[in-house]
Design a protein around this ligand. Sequence first.
Ligand SMILES: [Zn+2]
Ligand SMILES: [Zn+2]
Length: 443
Amino acid sequence: MKPGELIGCHDCGCLYQWQPLAVRERARCTRCRLELYRWHASGPTAQTDAMVALTLAAVLVFILAQAFPIVNLRLAGMTSGVTLLQAIGVLWGEGMGVIATMVLLCAVVFPGIELSALLYVAIGLRHRRRVPGFNLVLRTVQGARHWAMTEVLMIGILITVIKMTSLARVEPHPGLFAFAFLTILCAIVMRYEPRALWALADRQVPQPDDVRRHQAAARHDHHDHHDHHHGQPAELVACDTCGLVNRLDDDAPASGAHTNAHCCRCGAALHRRIPNSIAWTWAMLAAATLLYIPANILPVMYTESVGGTEGDTIMSGVLLFWNTGSPGLAIIIFIASVVVPVSKLVALAWLNGSAQLRSRAAPLARTRTYRVVEFIGRWSMLDIFVVTLTVALVRFDLLAVITAGPGAIAFGCVVILTMVASAQFDPRLIWDPIDSHGEHRHV
Ligand SMILES: [Zn+2]
Ligand SMILES: [Zn+2]
């Protein structure tokens, strides 16, 4: 980015001029307090060097984590051990294709895509190049990151291991340590945000002339807006993906969410707001609420042993942990499977309803609620990961076999639907009624 270039706040839609920061400074939105960008201790070259090293390490550890078994169970002379992919295969073989696909995507495919795409971009930036497909690849990183759940999987693995110690002898295998290391590396690699990388690429590899002219024009229009100059200034729209502010051409539709235009920097479709945000969020919320009922009534797991077959719902699983001396695990599963999904449904209904009614109350509190919902949503997948690993590990014929139940499918769908609902909700809608009453702050 260059001084004076315009960016939009993702959470409230305010426009800002990019300015260089002093040491350790962070630029925050004055209205919703979102961090817009931050000062970097190292220059672009050192940043890209570190990025290549860290993402390469993460890709290698990712491959090791997938290749090795996670744990081995020993029970009465029988052993069972699985890699993550084998565990997914077991679930698939039992006719639980929906859950197997969810776990495959969230624990293998999306983390793999995110890390390898980031490495590809980093290698190019290190050589001061925009690799072929740069914008598409970086947009893919942004999308895949939302659904990559390595840290949730790690906690799921730990819970499964602790749970298994009461049943059989547990022997840790290399996969377990690889996943622990991968979780740490992913947390570090998360700092490389696509928005910051587009800005970094602007400094490392200047854009072609026509793009720069377009950006300069947007800057000029913004000043026009300020000084209330004569004439109709072109409309400015911030890109949802990279944050850059674009100038709309005169032939764009005058109102509505769609603009038919694409961002001049990252190529993403430009929207004034997420199209049909409120209707889609309601639809997803309604579907999730309906499915939450079977998710709680139907068993998520069946345990077959000498004594017969027993079904466990989410709540009876929590109570089992509580009564067998693992209150810590009971609380974690209860929070992830009950507290998080229910509060997500309630919070999103409140956010969407108040946005639809154009409420002007407590916009900052509502924006913060939205951020919490976005942050905690993924943790509901915890129980799905625990079910997957338990089902794959506990296969001791005649003694004990655990299989997944239909409740797990319903619950998995609730998690996905609530995540889609919060992604469909446009947080800028919270601030729109305030804008129209003339409280818009200029920068
Ligand atoms: Zn803001
Ligand atoms: Zn963009």
